[in-house]
Design a protein around this ligand. Structure first.
Ligand code: KG4
Ligand code: ZN
Length: 334
């Protein structure tokens, strides 16, 4: 029997999960609300909050999974990418826990884990598949050949798409992180009300900083003419910006699918919770005869369940790290 305790602490969620024989038993997440008033994650505050949350979250995960500590076969933690101070808390905790139990340690790549979150569910993608990984820190198209064999074939050259959502939300006076609020307003708006230019980027790469600037100038110009412009048009603005971002993402997914002749398409990461992205992807899948995989909401944003499932495949492949393992804020997929 393989039982893995997994810890995720790369950004602002402290999460712990227990996995047994490839099945994620639970997935506890302590969200840090302290960042809301700053309109973004404050790294120093994130590390402190992880320090406060980690013991109770891990204890609760073990308790709720109904296992005893000496049944744990390995302890897994997010090694990177992420904020160094946040990663250090999870890494140090996992090392001490593994040392105390005398079990091996598994260092997990957070971006691979977002992708392997698809193997928690019963319906799993078939290899090889393409995964559009879209979060607050990353925008990548990944060619997934096997559980641990992945290649980034396209990525953003500047901002992540989650950042574009969050910065637009901030300009509209919405709370942080704002992606979910844009999504909510967009449902009531007309996506063709306002036009934002697509940015031409080479190959399968993306760029989102131009959109951010375009939205800023658009809002400045219109609020100058009508100070209530945002309040009066918020749904249409959200729908139009969202539609633009989704269009940019899926254009490159379509290109990648054609180039690699792959019809198994997955999305992952926080922005994969976006209903506009999900809907447009489903429509495109019908037209292109793709099989599309979208994770459960709880496994879209940062969570330890995805760390646990990745660690399980690493365990099977004998992929462990020693007590000298260090977190790597810039850890890459390959
Ligand atoms: O994967 P994640 O939880 O953390 C990172 O590793 O970055 O992704 C967080 C990002 C944020 O930018 C957040 O605004 C975005 O995911 N997000 C959404 C939605 N839910 C979360 N963006 C658009 N629509 C949503 N429904
Ligand atoms: Zn993430």
């Amino acid at each position: 029997m393989i039982t893995i305790l997994a810890i995720e602490s790369s950004c602002d969620e402290t999460s712990a999960a227990v996995l047994r024989d490839g099945k994620v038993l639970n997935n506890l997440i302590a969200t840090q609300s302290v960042h809301e008033r700053y309109g973004g994650v404050v790294p120093e505050l994130a590390s402190r909050a992880h320090q406060q949350h980690i013991v109770p979250v891990v204890n609760q995960a073990i308790q709720e999974a109904n296992i005893s500590k000496n049944e744990i076969s390995a302890v897994a933690f997010t090694q990177g990418p992420g904020l160094l101070g946040s990663l250090l808390v999870g890494t140090a905790f996992a090392k001490a826990f593994a040392l105390g139990l005398n079990v091996p340690l598994i260092g997990v790549n957070h971006m691979k884990a977002h992708i392997l979150a698809h193997f928690i569910a019963d319906t799993k993608p078939n290899f090889p598949f393409l995964c559009l990984t879209v979060s607050g820190g990353h925008t990548q198209i990944v060619l997934v050949r096997d559980y641990l064999d992945m290649e980034v074939i396209g990525q953003t050259q500047d901002d992540a798409v989650g950042e574009a959502f969050d910065k637009t939300a901030k300009m509209l006076g919405l709370p942080y992180p704002g992606g979910q609020y844009i999504d909510r307003y967009a449902k009531e708006g007309n996506p063709l009300a306002f036009g934002f230019p697509d940015v031409n980027t080479p190959d399968l790469n993306f760029s989102f900083s131009g959109i951010k600037t375009a939205v800023l100038y658009f809002l400045q110009k219109n609020t100058k003419e009508n100070p209530n412009f945002i309040q009066e048009n918020i749904s249409d603005i959200c729908a139009s910006v969202q539609q633009t971002l989704v269009r940019i993402l899926l254009k490159k997914v379509r290109k990648a699918a054609e180039r690699y002749k792959i019809k198994e398409i997955a999305i992952a990461g926080g922005v994969s919770a976006n209903s506009g992205l999900r809907k447009t992807l489903q429509d495109m899948a019908l037209e292109k005869k793709w099989n599309v995989y979208v994770p459960d909401f709880q496994y879209c944003t940062d969570n330890a369940g995805m760390i646990a499932i990745t660690a399980y495949y690493q365990y099977l492949a004998n992929d462990f790290v020693g007590q000298d393992a260090n977190p790597d804020p810039r850890l890459r997929i390959a």
